[in-house]
Design a protein around this ligand. Structure first.
Ligand code: ADP
Ligand code: ZN
Ligand code: ZN
Length: 817
């Protein structure tokens, strides 16, 4: 009987393909194994076997596979099922899901470039003749295509050779992110293990009786240890005890103290587990118990906990429970940059059981984590990652935590698959009977609705941890301030005074302006001309430090003009303001304060973000100006004032989520203030002091905000009352896009009996010379989703078959955010 294998190819193709296999191979292949297969003209790809069968394809002749790449499956049955679900639900190609789910090193193809690993010395290793030949070639050329290795070795397939060489770390993939993640080491101090428990304290003090300064250091160490209950940096101990490095050194030589180094975000967290035993506050404990209770009747629970209520601590307790039973935990964060902070907190409890997985890791590092999870290794029992960690080969998943679940970064926008990590996680959990815990101080309307309607469990944590109270929020009327000439640049008098007193008290300040650059618009005073991007329909943003006008959509830039390009007038004026302008004004108003800026422009460098966070935490920065990056769950203990420079741009954004987001953003930024003892202050500058959202932020009124927004959503048929599906059309020819979108909208209206909006031009209707049109389909909650999607897919298929439309790119975004 002929044997065939059904495979997924890592290409933008929404179907599986059939290959022929020998009977011998058919017995070896298990679904989830990778196979090298030929496809197209002389190309070899890493395909994924999903099924063995005996049905020859009818439309083409099955080619034989080249090679089986795995001894055991690399992909689990749950993953295959989940990826199929993603492809079907988000209406994208299964090949795209496969491709983005796997670390590139597991998807070798003939075009893949490999290079010599700079950290190894092949001379010192035992190599077989194939390996030696590849190394020889790589000494002459910095990188070569796998295709070329075929010629060098004169073999039909070389993936196994490359795979072995990668495992030996002889070669690695040439990738853009191939720099190793090597943050600076920080020096910490601790007692030698025999003194750690404090039993021998008497003896120690006796020992140091004639060295009073050293005794001081020791006592100071105990004090720090007791009050901070975390790793103690050497610098901090010296600072607090006023001792010199020499004095500390002699304690180290006496083997009383030892130094050690910690890296913040590393693949291997083998540092000694501190096992700081965690005491939950009564409120946290109640939340913890309620979550356990709600998990008895719900698979998903939402923890609505105000900012700084210590949600992380509650998660830790829950994780403890889950891993005791041997299960795996996935902890999803909205941003890669937040991992460093979280890794520190989790490793303190779980030591080496914590693994991190995200796109900043090299392919080799990602493969390592992938394999650890696949082997259910203890080293990866708790996996921290951004949304893509959801694609890992879990074997016994017990819990998924989605921290800051309201963040829109959980939804992938481009490229496909355009999945929502929160929603896809909930589906993933069902395959394992795992629980999902969502957490946020400002839950999304959708999640809170699900909780209120009983679909999710709901747990409230309404007080801050410790003695901290929520900050006091005041609103400043900009109209009035300008009218009374009480403004210095963009700073009201109240804000300036607030900053002054914070600085006097040696406290730190955060200023929020959700726009980068100096100003978003430059205008000619005599003719009103505004410079626009030549490729995009958007005004250029002025970046003063660079002396440039820059497009925030395509990245192109030009030198700052000396004259108006339309009328040659030299009188050009900026309109609106971004973070750069705020920082410059700050430097004039507070010349001796140390300021820094955190936005896309200042965090482009590899560790720039981490460095900023570190400096701010170490109090090397007094005032931090930034965009919404500041709103993402950062924990600083000395910020007493948060200023929101202008609430209005957020409030008037043309989007049905604008008000929800304004509330979330302002509440989250405000939540950075007063996270320790003293009550913090928040000042919101706005032209609309009586705006409902501003008032709700001021009063921390989440529930009234939720009710208002839900009401609006109900009236206008938005989520959670409808599912949104957006079709985007793009092409360089304006008329073609217009026509294509119009045709589709007409057919949709004929064939589906639900609201179809548009086609309409988005706010920025041309990007990189491509014109854009959107169609928005609102699928009412009660309409069966899969039937509607099928119809839409059929219409898109007939669209494809119309030759004049074929060049128009169409993307489908299900549950568009
Ligand atoms: P949230 O995520 O809810 O905004 P965090 O989890 O960041 O709050 O907690 C706020 C701060 O309080 C952190 O610095 C955290 O270490 C501290 N904290 C919270 N709970 C505890 C606890 N039970 N024991 C010690 N410190 C805690
Ligand atoms: Zn002009
Ligand atoms: Zn542009």
């Amino acid at each position: 009987m002929p044997a065939f294998v059904e495979v997924i190819l890592p290409l933008n193709l929404n179907k599986t393909f059939t290959y022929e296999v020998s009977e011998h191979d058919a017995r070896r292949i298990v679904p989830g194994m990778r196979l090298a297969v030929p496809f197209g003209k002389n190309k070899i790809y890493t395909a994924l076997a999903i099924e063995l069968h005996s049905n020859a394809p009818t439309l083409y002749e099955a080619k034989p596979i080249d090679q089986i790449l795995d001894e055991t499956p690399t992909v689990t049955p749950e993953q295959i099922e989940h990826w199929k679900w993603i492809a079907s639900y988000y209406m994208c190609a299964i090949g795209d899901v496969y491709r983005s789910a796997m670390p590139s090193g597991l998807l070798l193809e003939s075009e893949t470039l490999i290079r010599l690993n700079p950290d190894v010395l092949p001379e010192t290793m035992e190599l077989d003749s194939d390996e030696a030949a590849v190394i020889e070639a790589l000494k002459k050329q910095s990188s070569i295509k796998i295709q070329e290795v075929l010629t060098i070795l004169g073999k039909k397939t070389v993936f196994p050779v490359i795979k072995k060489m990668m495992a030996k770390k002889l070669v690695s993939l040439e990738e853009i992110v191939s720099e190793n993640y090597k943050p600076k080491l920080k020096r910490y101090i601790r007692l030698f293990p025999e003194f750690e428990n404090g039993d021998n304290l008497e003896m120690l003090l006796e020992l140091l009786k004639n060295a009073p300064k050293q005794k001081d250091i020791l006592l100071q160490y105990f004090q720090l240890k007791a009050s901070e209950r975390q790793a103690i940096p050497v610098t901090r101990l010296l600072e607090e005890s006023g001792a010199s490095a020499v004095q500390l050194k002699s304690l180290i030589e006496k083997e009383i103290f030892e130094e050690y180094y910690l890296q913040r975000d590393r693949v291997d967290f083998s540092d000694r587990q501190e096992n700081r035993d965690l005491q939950l506050s009564p409120a946290q404990d109640e939340a913890f118990e309620s979550i356990l209770e709600s998990f008895k009747s719900h698979d998903v629970s939402l923890m609505h906990g105000v900012t700084s209520s210590g949600k992380t601590e509650v998660y830790i307790k829950i994780i403890e429970r889950v891993i005791e039973s041997g299960s795996q935990v996935l902890y999803l964060l909205p941003e890669i940059v937040l991992t460093a902070q979280l890794v520190m907190r989790l490793t303190a409890h779980f030591g080496n059981k914590v693994a991190v997985y995200h796109s900043r890791y090299t392919s080799n590092e990602r493969i390592e984590v992938w394999n650890q999870i696949l082997e259910s290794s203890e080293k990866a029992q708790v996996v921290i990652g951004a949304r893509s960690a959801l694609f890992l080969p879990f074997k016994s998943l017990g819990l998924i935590i989605i921290d800051e679940e309201h963040e829109q970064t959980f939804k992938q926008q481009d490229p496909a698959p355009r999945y929502h990590a929160r929603d896809a996680s909930i589906v993933l959990a069902t395959y394992f009977g795992a629980k999902v815990l969502l957490g946020s101080a400002t839950p999304s309307i959708e999640s809170y609705f699900n909780a209120k309607s009983g679909k999710f469990g709901l747990v409230e944590l309404s007080e801050r941890y410790g003695n901290a109270t929520l900050p006091e929020v005041s609103v400043i009327d900009l109209k009035d301030s300008y009218f009374r000439k009480k403004m210095t640049g963009h700073f009201s008098q109240e804000l300036i005074e607030g900053i002054k007193s914070a600085l006097d008290a040696k406290e730190q300040v955060i200023l929020f302006q959700n726009r980068r650059g100096y100003s978003p618009v430059l205008e000619c005073m005599s003719c009103g001309h505004v410079p626009h991007c030549t490729q995009c329909d958007v005004s250029l943003t002025y970046h003063k430090a660079k002396g440039q006008l820059r497009c925030h959509y395509c990245g192109s830039s030009m030198a700052f003009p000396t004259h108006c390009h339309a009328c040659h007038s030299p009188e050009l004026q900026t309109k609106g303001f971004g973070t750069e302008q705020i920082e410059l004004e700050l430097k004039e108003i507070f010349p001796s304060a140390k300021t820094a800026r955190m936005d896309q422009d200042t965090t482009r460098g590899k560790f720039a973000f981490e460095k900023l966070i570190h400096e701010f935490r170490e109090r090397d920065i007094d005032i931090l100006v930034g965009t919404q990056m500041l709103a993402k769950g950062l924990d600083f203990d000395n910020v007493s004032l948060v200023g929101i420079m202008n609430a209005d741009t957020m409030l008037y954004h043309p989007d049905f989520r604008a008000l929800e987001r304004s509330f979330q953003m302002m509440t989250q930024v405000a939540g950075r203030a007063g996270r320790s003892q003293k009550q913090g202050k928040v000042l919101i500058q706005t032209y609309n002091p009586t705006h409902t959202i501003v008032r709700q932020v001021t009063a921390n009124d989440y529930v009234p905000m939720y009710r208002d927004q839900l009401h609006e959503r109900h009236i206008y048929h938005y989520p959670p009352y409808a599912r949104l599906l957006r079709l985007t059309f793009r092409h360089r020819d304006y008329d073609k896009v217009k026509e294509a979108a119009q045709w589709t909208a007409n057919v949709l209206r004929q064939q589906i009996n639900i609201p179809v909006l548009g086609p309409e031009e988005p706010t920025v209707a041309r990007i990189r010379n491509e014109y854009i049109r959107n169609i928005l389909i609102k699928i009412p909650q009660e309409t069966p989703l899969s039937g509607t999607k099928k119809t839409i897919q059929r219409i898109l298929d007939s669209f494809e078959s119309i030759s004049q439309f074929r060049p128009v790119k169409v993307t489908v975004n299900v549950d568009f955010y």
